[in-house]
Each structure stands twice: as structure tokens, then as C-alpha cells.
Design a protein around this ligand. Structure first.
Ligand code: PHE
Length: 447
């Protein structure tokens, strides 16, 4: 007999799911991660591979995660287990849920440090330094372990508070007004960059692929970024799918979320690189890219103080609507099993992620010479293990499960009526294209 699991409450109305899933997807990954990874990986070719990964791997897997999550109505571990059992498959599929929760905690640990820097930048933009250049400013921010730890703590606390309030009250409401506002502000920044930055050079940099520098590493990095940006492979979307109304269409919804996410990443690139080029900054300067470039722009423009403050507030909120979805799968699991109340589950996991985050905070200063994995400092190692190994692996297993093991009737019940050609295409992508692409990128990296 299966034991009865606690329920978590449902989203109200179909826009709420789209906004929450978009809130999860759109975050630091788009505005901090995408531009700096495109920059360190040479630009256009990375962007092209990234886009291919979104379409060929990301969207099909997003559809699959929602299907599993909504049908089961549980946290990813139990959702995988129940769906597998109902499909006469092994309950070991629940390990996919475990790997997801692990990835979520690893990501949350460094996500909170970077989001903490965004919080700090709200004040830096509001009260700009008269003497420091924006590069030196970023250097000063990351040089101080105490400063990074302070903001990391504030951000983790906010994440904890929202998740412990529960998804219905905490998550749904916030994203509704603020996400569209962030979108508008980004469009404004792109227009600004168009007139004041090196826009043509940016278009070439981002959209004229130069394949000469592409390596196996570029593929892995672009694929990891696609998973990360769409919040896939770790159960965030699956956990949110559990709260999606039954009459909402899975396939169009996934396309909407993926398109919005991709749009924001592109806008971020178009807003940031013109500034980078016009100030002769390095496009491959790494994690400081968005902070340095945006601050340079705000320091130059009229009303830059106000616009800049507003920008970093919205960016912090976008990060918050993602970080809560990193915490949610683990919290949903612990609380539905009855191990801990939602509040204590959220406290336990966020405390753990917080401690792990200390390593990332120190990797910018005291531990900058310390490599946790060969050639990678603490932040890069966390990013590598989670984004480039666990997420694609989790995503591949989900694709294999839905493509080859999950009961067909269960799938069609969830998908509902949809154009048969689109359905067949999705089946083909999820059975063959997605798993084979992930596997071959892994294999080529190992070779
Ligand atoms: N997609 C989020 C971002 O781009 C990060 C995230 C990854 C959230 C995985 C949930 C799960 O910032």
C-alpha cells in the first residue's frame, strides 16, 4: 500500500504556473551566467550551440518534467517513484529525484553568493563611488569575505522565508508584476546600448559564429547553461508542475516559458556587450561581467543612479524567484514525507546550502588559489559538477524514462489534445535526439 502524502496546494489559474516557471527559469542564469559564459567561450558559436540545446534538448525535457510532476502531484523523488511504479518500472527511478535535489542544493549554495552581490549592488548603484572605476568597484566587493558572506546570508534568509511560507502565498504572487518590469528595463538597456555602445560589434560577436575555437568543452558548457537557464534536470520544473492545473496545456506552456527565458538571455547579452566593447573591457572577464558593464553604463547615463538601483533590485528579485525553486524540491520531499514541517525542512536545507556557499564566497578572495577539482576553484567546481554533470545527467535520465519506460497512456492523458505532428516530433526528440545529444556531448568531453 502506498502511503498517503501530504498535498502542497495548487496554483490559481494558468498564468500563475507560467509566471512561476518563468520566474524559476529567468534569473542569474540569463543575466549573469549567459553573457559571461558566452564571453569566455568566444561568443557566436557558443550562442548557436546554446540555442540548439534549448530547442532540441531543453524544450522536450521541460515537457517531460511537467508531465511527470503534474501527474504525480508530488516532489520529484516521489513523482519519479510513483510514475515509475505506475508504468511497471523500477522504483529506482526515484534516484533521478535524489540527484536533482543534490544538484539543487549545490546550485543554491553559489547562487546565493552571486545573488548576494546583486543585493550589494543595489546600494552601490544608488550611492556610486566617486573614485573607483566599475572594475575596481567589483574588485573591492569580492575582495572582502565578510561583505560577501553578509549579503549571502541576507539572500539565503529571504529564500528561506519565502519557501517556508509555501508556494501559494510565497512564490506565485511576487513574480506577477516584477518579472514583466525586469523585461521592460532590459529592453530599455538594450536601446540605451544600441545608441551608446558598440552595437554592431556586439551583433557580430554574439551572432556570427566562429567555429575555429569550438571544443568539446564549448558544447558541454553551452549544454550545461541551457539546462541551468531553463531550470531543468533537477526537478524544479517537475516540482512546480505538481502545482499546475489539470486543464492547462503542457506543450504550449513549455514553449512559452522557454521562449521567454531565451528572450531574456538574448536581451541581457545585447545590453551588456555593447558597453563592454565601448569601454574596452574584456568580454571574457568572467563572473564580474554584468556587474562591471552595467555599472559603467549607469555611471554614464542620466538618472543612472535611479535606473541602476532599480535594475539591481529587479535582478535580485529575479534571482529570488529562481532560488526558491532550487529549494522547493527538497523541501517538498521532506515535508510531504512528514519528516519535517515545511518550515524546518526549508531551514535545514537552506542552512546546509548556506554553509556550502562559504566556499564560493571565499573562492573570490582567501581561497582564490585553491582548486576543489583540477583546474577549478570552488565556484567553478560547484558550477561544473551541478550544471555540466548533474543537470544534463538528470535531464538525460528523465528523457530516457519518458521516452522508453513511462506508460504511454499516462503520457497522452497529461499532454491532452495536441496536433499529432507536434506530438510525434516531441516523442522523437525525447526518445532519440535528447538522450543521444547529451550522451555524445558527455562522451566527447571524456575523450
Ligand atoms: N534557471 C535559473 C536561472 O537561470 C537557475 C535555476 C537552475 C533555477 C536550476 C532552478 C533550477 O537563474
Amino acid at each position: 500500500m502506498e502511503k498517503k502524502l501530504k498535498s502542497h496546494g495548487a496554483w490559481i489559474g494558468k498564468w500563475t504556473f507560467i509566471l512561476a516557471a518563468t520566474g524559476s527559469a529567468v534569473g542569474l542564469g540569463n543575466i549573469w551566467g549567459f553573457p559571461y559564459k558566452a564571453g569566455t567561450n568566444g561568443g557566436g558559436a557558443f550562442v548557436l550551440i546554446y540555442l540548439l540545446c534549448i530547442v532540441m534538448i531543453g524544450v522536450p525535457i521541460m515537457i517531460s518534467e511537467i508531465i511527470i510532476g503534474r501527474r504525480a502531484g508530488n516532489s520529484p523523488i516521489n513523482a519519479m517513484k510513483r510514475t515509475a511504479l505506475d508504468s511497471n518500472s523500477s522504483s529506482l527511478w526515484r534516484l533521478v529525484g535524489w540527484s536533482g535535489i543534490t544538484a539543487g542544493v549545490l546550485i543554491l549554495s553559489f547562487y546565493s553568493v552571486i545573488a548576494g552581490i546583486c543585493l550589494n549592488y543595489i546600494f552601490i548603484a544608488a550611492f556610486p563611488s566617486e573614485v573607483l572605476t566599475s572594475s575596481d568597484q567589483f574588485g573591492a566587493v569580492i575582495a572582502s569575505p565578510l561583505n560577501l558572506l553578509f549579503w549571502h546570508t541576507v539572500f539565503m534568509l529571504l529564500t528561506f522565508l519565502i519557501v517556508s511560507a509555501g508556494v501559494k502565498n510565497g512564490i506565485g504572487r511576487m513574480v506577477k508584476i516584477l518579472m514583466p518590469m525586469l523585461g521592460f528595463l532590459l529592453i530599455f538597456m538594450v536601446i540605451y546600448a544600441m545608441f551608446n555602445g558598440a552595437f554592431v560589434r556586439t551583433l557580430e560577436f554574439l551572432f556570427a559564429p566562429d567555429f575555429s575555437s569550438v571544443t568539446a568543452e564549448t558544447f558541454l558548457s553551452a549544454m550545461g547553461q541551457a539546462f541551468f537557464s531553463l531550470s531543468l534536470g533537477m526537478g524544479s520544473i517537475m516540482a512546480y508542475g505538481a502545482y499546475m492545473p489539470k486543464d492547462q496545456k503542457v506543450v504550449p506552456t513549455s514553449f512559452t516559458v522557454a521562449s521567454l527565458d531565451t528572450l531574456v538571455a538574448m536581451l541581457a547579452g545585447l545590453a551588456i556587450f555593447p558597453i563592454i566593447f565601448v569601454f574596452n573591457l574584456e568580454p571574457n572577464s568572467g563572473p564580474g561581467l554584468v556587474f562591471v558593464s552595467m555599472l559603467s553604463a549607469f555611471n554614464q547615463m542620466q538618472f543612472g543612479q535611479i535606473i541602476g538601483t532599480f535594475f539591481f533590485i529587479l535582478l535580485s528579485i529575479a534571482a529570488l524567484s529562481s532560488s526558491i525553486s532550487l529549494l522547493e524540491p527538497g523541501v517538498a520531499y521532506l515535508s510531504e514525507e512528514g519528516f519535517l514541517s515545511r518550515k524546518y525542512a526549508a531551514l535545514a536545507i537552506s542552512l546546509f546550502a548556506w554553509s556550502l556557499g562559504i566556499g564560493t564566497a571565499l573562492s573570490f578572495n582567501l581561497l582564490s588559489e585553491f582548486n576543489l577539482t583540477p583546474g577549478r576553484n570552488f565556484l567553478d567546481s560547484m558550477d561544473f559538477i551541478a550544471n555540466q554533470i548533474l543537470l544534463p545527467l538528470g535531464g538525460m535520465m528523465i528523457a530516457i524514462f519518458v521516452g522508453w519506460f513511462m506508460n504511454k497512456e499516462l503520457i497522452t492523458n497529461e499532454v491532452g489534445y495536441i496536433n499529432p505532428i507536434i506530438y510525434k516530433l516531441w516523442r522523437f526528440f525525447i526518445k532519440y535526439i535528447a538522450p543521444i545529444s547529451v550522451a555524445s556531448i558527455f562522451i566527447s568531453q571524456i575523450l
